[in-house]
Design a binder for this molecule. Structure first.
Ligand SMILES: Cc1cc2nc3c(=O)[nH]c(=O)nc-3n(C[C@H](O)[C@H](O)[C@H](O)COP(=O)(O)O)c2cc1C
Length: 205
């Protein structure tokens, strides 16, 4: 079994999001662990060259030139890494109501047609069945109730991305109120850490 931890926690030791991920890591048993730090190993964005190469190869079935293969190589590496994992955990703070660019670029890198999802008989099909995904997000504000619930595009979008890829079990935890004062922050963080621990234990028996 293999567990992939994907993190974007550039505040490092000061990061509340890192505490959630640490709680998961500490409860992993009987599994190889691989980590991807999106602050250091920054995914490529789709730009002119690699977007064309992706369409040529994955949609039209054409061969790539050596230059195009190079342009796709980081996306291909990150996709292979994700495909090799039975469990994936993605951890990042909410920034401007969704995810910062490296996290979105990682999803763009791994959501490759023919690799993690495909179209069969005119329908979208996820190819990652049997795997589990957990999303860990912290936010300064509160999004569990209206009117702010409609502003939450971090956890909601990320869960949809994993569901689209066909993950059989997609869970998400949002530790909110990290900027609402020390008492609220520590209470919400504690509650979220307990949730993380119980998911990690259930997934690594
Ligand atoms: C650039 C930036 C943008 C942020 N945007 C939001 C936001 O849209 N909504 C929110 O509730 N909190 C926002 N925050 C607060 C962070 O989500 C919150 O403090 C989080 O817990 C920080 O995570 P970390 O401790 O892991 O770095 C933002 C913080 C920064 C630095």
């Amino acid at each position: 079994m293999k567990t992939l931890l994907v993190k974007y926690t550039p505040r490092n030791e000061r990061s509340s999001t890192k505490k959630l991920l640490d709680a998961f890591r500490e409860n992993i048993k009987n599994s190889e662990i691989e980590e991807l730090d999106l602050s250091k190993d920054v995914p490529d964005m789709f730009l002119e060259g690699n977007l064309l190469a992706y369409i040529q190869r994955n949609y039209l079935g054409n061969n790539l030139t050596p230059e195009q293969k190079k342009q796709m190589s980081k996306m291909d590496r990150m996709t292979e890494q994700l495909k090799s994992a039975d469990v994936v955990v993605v951890a990042f703070p909410m920034n401007n109501f969704s995810m910062s660019a490296p996290v979105k670029a990682w999803f763009d890198s791994v959501m490759l047609k023919g690799q993690t999802w495909d179209v069969k008989n005119g329908n979208y099909v996820g190819l990652m069945n049997g795997r589990k995904a957990l999303v860990l997000v912290t936010s300064g504000g509160f999004y569990s109730k209206e009117p702010m619930a409609a502003w939450e595009h971090a956890l909601s979008l990320t869960k949809i991305e994993f569901q689209f890829m066909g993950y059989s079990d997609v869970q998400g935890i949002l530790a909110e109120g990290m900027n609402a004062g020390d008492d609220v922050k520590s209470a919400n963080l504690k509650k979220s850490i307990e949730q993380v621990q119980s998911i990690a234990q259930a997934w690594h028996k």
